[in-house]
Design a binder for this molecule. Structure first.
Ligand SMILES: C[S@@+](CC[C@H](N)C(=O)[O-])C[C@H]1O[C@@H](n2cnc3c(N)ncnc32)[C@H](O)[C@@H]1O
Length: 163
C-alpha cells in the first residue's frame, strides 16, 4: 500500500479498519520520524488485541464513518494519507458515503487514500466501488494486483487534488 510513495513530508496518517494490526506495523515503519499514526477500529475485541500486539502504536475504538471527528478530537485536523482495509463494498451506502465524505475532508490537498480489497477487478461491484471512491476523493493514481497476498488483493490509491 505504501510501495513507491515518498512519505518523507508526511506528518499525520490514519488507518481505517485496522483489525489486529496486520498492516499497521508495516505502514508505521514506512513513516518518517515524528509522523503521527492513528488506527481506527470498530471492534473492541480487535482493539484490545491490537494494543497487546502493538503497544507503541495509537489505536482508537471507533467508527470510520466518524473519522473526521475522531481525528479532530485528537488534534489531527488534517492528514497526509488514509489507509483503509474496510470492507467498503459490504457497508451500507450511507455508511460508505460518510466514510468517504469524512476522509475527503480530512485529507490534505495532495493527500493519498489507499484501499485494499479482495474482490477481483473484473467484478462490476469492485469497479463500481473504485469509481465511487475516486469520485469522492480524487483520481486513481495506481491500481494493481498484489498476487503474493493470500488471498490475492487489489490495492488502489487515489489522490485528493490540490486546490
Ligand atoms: C478486512 S478486515 C481488515 C483488518 C486488518 N486491517 C487486516 O488487514 O488484516 C476489516 C476491518 O474493518 C473493521 N471495520 C468494519 N467496519 C468498520 C467501521 N465502520 N469502522 C471501523 N472499523 C470497521 C472490521 O472490524 C475489521 O477489523
Amino acid at each position: 500500500m505504501v510501495r513507491g510513495i515518498n512519505t518523507s513530508g508526511w506528518r499525520a496518517v490514519v488507518e481505517l479498519g485496522s483489525g489486529t494490526g496486520a498492516l499497521s506495523g508495516v505502514l508505521s515503519e514506512a513513516l518518517p520520524p515524528g509522523c503521527r499514526f492513528l488506527a481506527v477500529e470498530r471492534s473492541a475485541a480487535l482493539v484490545a488485541e491490537f494494543r497487546a500486539r502493538w503497544p507503541d502504536l495509537e489505536v482508537v475504538e471507533g467508527d470510520a464513518a466518524e473519522v473526521g471527528a475522531i481525528c479532530r478530537m485528537r488534534g489531527m485536523p488534517s492528514v497526509d494519507a488514509i489507509f483503509s482495509a474496510l470492507p467498503l463494498r459490504l457497508l451500507p451506502e450511507g455508511v460508505q458515503d460518510r466514510v468517504l465524505g469524512g476522509a475527503s475532508h480530512l485529507l490534505a490537498p495532495g493527500g493519498l487514500f489507499a484501499q485494499v480489497t479482495y474482490w477481483p477487478r473484473a467484478l462490476a461491484a469492485g469497479r463500481e466501488m473504485r469509481e465511487r471512491v475516486s469520485a469522492r476523493i480524487g483520481p486513481i493514481e495506481s491500481d494493481r494486483l498484489v498476487a503474493g497476498n493470500t488471498p490475492p488483493a487489489w490495492v488502489f490509491r487515489c489522490v485528493r487534488p490540490r486546490d
